[in-house]
Write a protein that binds this ligand. Structure first.
Ligand SMILES: [Zn+2]
Length: 224
């Protein structure tokens, strides 16, 4: 299936893109370029996503399933994020004064990731295929695009700040009982995965302590 090109269209411009032939994706609640369409005529609405990685996750690399009560419709919705057993920050750029590897900081402690904005292509394909409510979307809080959870019932944005930083929310459990609802899947037992994301230290250790990692689902080899 060819990848759809989604557009970021302010509400007041919806008639304009509709007149050009853009289609409405009811599940994502976004306009997109029709499959036989000429994307160049929609260029002003095609979002510019980030492309730089800022860290490397140390395997195993986990897919974390949890639940969040939607603030809007008050229903329980499945949400996801990723985690690993540590990460290494990548140098922003090579400068002539630093030795090879110098300045890279490695922290080998369980970590969960929020504000994920860049993933390797194969992981992006996996997300697209398996996690329909988790996709790049604009956040007014961070004023950037990141992989955001959306309520499976009503499509509301379930932003990472609440999911990760507020106690008792999806990825910040306070009791073993809360962890029991979560499901951790080992996606990539070996190697590393590059990301652009913010690491969270603390919760992941607690999560791994109170639940077991199920199976090993290696969607594609060599995600780095
Ligand atoms: Zn909802």
């Amino acid at each position: 299936m060819p990848k759809l090109i989604f557009l970021e269209v302010p509400f007041e411009q919806k008639d304009e893109v509709k007149a050009l032939g853009a289609k409405w994706h009811s599940k994502r609640r976004k306009w997109f370029v029709p499959e036989d369409g000429d994307e160049s005529i929609y260029s002003e609405w095609i979002p510019q996503y980030e492309t730089e990685f800022n860290l490397r996750a140390i395997a195993p690399f986990y897919l974390i399933h949890s639940f969040e009560i939607c603030y809007k419709c008050k229903m329980d919705s499945a949400v996801v994020t990723f985690g690993s057993l540590g990460c290494e920050y990548l140098n922003e750029k090579d400068d002539e004064y630093s030795e090879e590897g110098e300045g890279d900081e490695i922290k080998e402690e369980p970590v969960s990731f929020s504000y994920i904005s860049v993933v390797p292509e194969r992981l992006a394909a996996y997300i697209e295929e398996k996690l329909p409510n988790y996709f790049l979307d604009w956040s007014n809080t961070t004023e950037s695009f990141y992989y955001m959870n959306h309520c499976e019932q009503c499509g509301a944005h379930l932003g990472d700040f609440f999911l990760h930083s507020e106690p008792e929310h999806a990825f910040f459990p306070q009791t073993p009982q809360e962890v029991q609802r979560m499901k951790i899947i080992d996606l990539k037992p070996q190697g590393t995965v590059k990301l652009s994301a913010s690491p969270h230290w603390g919760s992941m250790e607690f999560i791994l302590k109170h639940t077991s990692v199920v199976g090993s689902e290696n969607p594609r080899q060599d995600q780095s």
